[in-house]
Ligand binder design. Structure first.
Ligand code: IPD
Length: 289
């Protein structure tokens, strides 16, 4: 039988508020923080504790569904088609450690690898984004996204855009080279072959970047290197707000949830300018992620 998406949504919202209390009660420090692979790939005892809290509650309530979480991820068990909770207990761990208030818990649910429920909660600012496939996306349960409602402007090309990018936690190799060279191209003047975007921002959380694109306060978000748990919840919120998501590398219009490379574009009246801005963005990507 089919999962009850409304019930799952309500349960995830409740769980996000509970986990938010754990996050707000935490006192992380830079010196007590572990790194996974390098000095920018951080994990705290709170990431592990929140994942434990969330996975225990989900396994008790929904023992029939799979669980895929950042802190317990095992490469021997990649995503499958089964209904799966996809969870990042603390997205924005670097911010969390520094006390920079761009941090969230990201709770997603996917069926056949398609995200269908998303709940993203920033406990520092008490901001909740949520969506169920086919039922719209909301801020704090009642304000429909995008925030500008019927006044959403059509997209007007890269040079009129505010774009989210991230350094990410992997700072070497081809992925990093492609990012840095693309950032330069995006920022540079048009006379010098660049796109000269309005500017670039990094919220330090993939989920919050996606929610800001859903809200319409950012126009695009380009990312290579993050994981399904960083994007699953935000994906539903974005697409329910009229946004689209494609591959970060040129040419791939249908990205996989676990492809680790994404380009998100905000909603626009009748989708006007979405495809064009994707193609324009792709023309500035310097290499392959
Ligand atoms: C990170 C954030 C960041 C993204 C990194 C992720 P974490 O997640 O989402 O925005 O660029 O790739 O690893 O480690 O804070 O959960």
């Amino acid at each position: 039988n089919n999962p009850d998406l409304q019930e799952i949504h309500d349960f995830l919202v409740d769980l996000a508020f509970k986990a938010g209390k754990t996050i707000n009660g935490a006192l992380p420090t830079v010196s007590s923080t572990d790194s996974k692979k390098n000095s920018s790939d951080l994990v705290t005892e709170y990431d592990r504790a929140v994942e434990q809290q969330v996975s225990t509650a989900l396994k008790e309530k929904y023992p029939q569904y799979d669980f895929h979480g950042e802190e317990t991820y095992d490469p021997a068990h990649p995503l499958t088609d089964a209904p799966t909770f996809i969870v990042d207990p603390i997205d924005g761990t670097v911010n969390f450690v520094h006390g920079f208030p761009s941090v969230c818990i990201s709770l997603g649910f996917a069926v056949k690898r398609a995200p269908v429920v998303g709940v993203v909660f920033n406990p520092f600012t008490q901001t909740l984004y949520s969506a169920i496939r086919g039922k719209g996306a909301y801020l704090n349960k009642t304000t429909k996204l995008p925030l500008k409602g019927t006044n959403v402007e059509p997209l007007r090309g890269l040079s009129n855009s505010l774009i989210a990018v991230e350094w990410g936690s992997d700072r070497s190799g081809q992925n990093f080279e492609t990012k840095v060279r693309t950032f330069e191209k995006l920022g540079k003047t048009r006379e010098e072959g660049g796109a000269m975007v309005h500017s670039m921002r990094s919220l330090g959380s993939a989920a919050l970047n996606l929610c800001s694109v859903a809200a319409g306060t950012l126009d695009l978000y380009w990312e290579g290197g993050c994981w399904a748990w960083d994007v699953c919840a935000g994906w539903v919120i974005l697409t329910e707000a009229g946004g689209i998501i494609v591959d970060a590398n040129p040419g791939e219009w249908t990205p996989r949830l676990d492809s680790r490379k994404y380009l998100a574009v905000r909603g626009s009246p009748n989708g006007e300018g979405q495809k064009e801005i994707v193609e324009e963005f792709w023309s500035h990507v310097q290499g392959r992620l």
